[in-house]
Design a protein around this ligand. Structure first.
Ligand SMILES: [Zn+2]
Length: 242
């Protein structure tokens, strides 16, 4: 794993669904996330509904297994935050880009938050409103799975990315893992052929509990714009393919 910390990695799968809705509360595309003057946790309670029945009524032939939920739990620290875990500085923008690339996906980024108050992919924040809402979304019959987006500092690893996938049968995970590794290698990106399955990503653990597919993608900060987009396009293609 090189020098990357395992704080973002996890062992359990999360289902992701696809829809065009954006559930982020963040106000801009920048990696500056203004701190809300009021309780940011409470703000998550006012997320819009998923309009599941409306989507089902369309009977769209594509995307046979519903929506993937795209999360980026470490992407909204205050810009001047220093101590403790660093934020995933580019994960928010990468999640937004993936949302644009992957049809019918749902973007779910938490509001500005200090990671020191609790890691949002750990059990310590299991009862937070953001996590409660996420579990409700994952349990929806319209949910196909979860894609949890993270990042790591440029000098902390020899790799450009880490990709982990899990699902109840392992069929999806095996196929998409092989596909992403093969396509990324062809595109000149270096990743471990088989990433470690960290055991503490609570978002992934929740998802697998609900029999959901789950993907965790870690992307090196500072990777070229071309490669970042290519990586996310490969991931999205894999999700649609398998
Ligand atoms: Zn992270």
């Amino acid at each position: 794993m090189g020098g990357i910390c395992d704080c973002c990695l996890g062992s359990k799968p999360v289902n992701t669904n696809s829809s065009t809705e954006i559930l982020t509360l963040r106000s801009t595309d920048e990696d500056t996330f203004p701190v809300l003057p009021t309780n940011a946790e409470a703000a998550t309670l006012h997320l819009p509904s998923l309009h599941v029945s409306a989507n089902l009524s369309k009977e769209e032939p594509s995307s046979p297994s519903g929506k993937f939920i795209i999360t980026a739990p470490h992407s909204t620290c205050p810009v001047d935050y220093v101590p403790g875990h660093p934020c995933d500085l580019e994960a928010g923008r990468n999640a937004e880009l993936l949302h644009k690339i992957l049809p019918n996906s749902t973007l779910y980024i938490r509001p500005p938050y200090e990671r020191a108050k609790g890691d949002m992919n750990r059990n310590e924040t299991w009862n937070s409103p953001w996590r409660v809402k996420l579990r409700e979304m994952v349990q929806s019959p319209d949910c196909a799975g979860v894609i949890d987006v993270h990042g790591f500092p440029p000098n902390s690893s020899e790799y450009d990315y880490y990709f982990i996938s899990q699902d109840p049968t392992s069929d999806f995970s095996r196929s998409i893992s092989e596909y992403v590794y093969r396509e990324c290698t062809l595109a000149g990106m270096v990743g471990p052929e088989e990433a470690l399955k960290g055991g503490e990503n609570s978002i992934m653990i929740d998802a697998i509990q609900f029999q959901s597919k789950v993907i965790l993608i870690e992307i090196r900060e500072g990777l070229s714009t071309y490669k970042k987009r290519k990586l996310l396009e490969i991931l999205a293609a894999g999700v649609r393919k398998f």
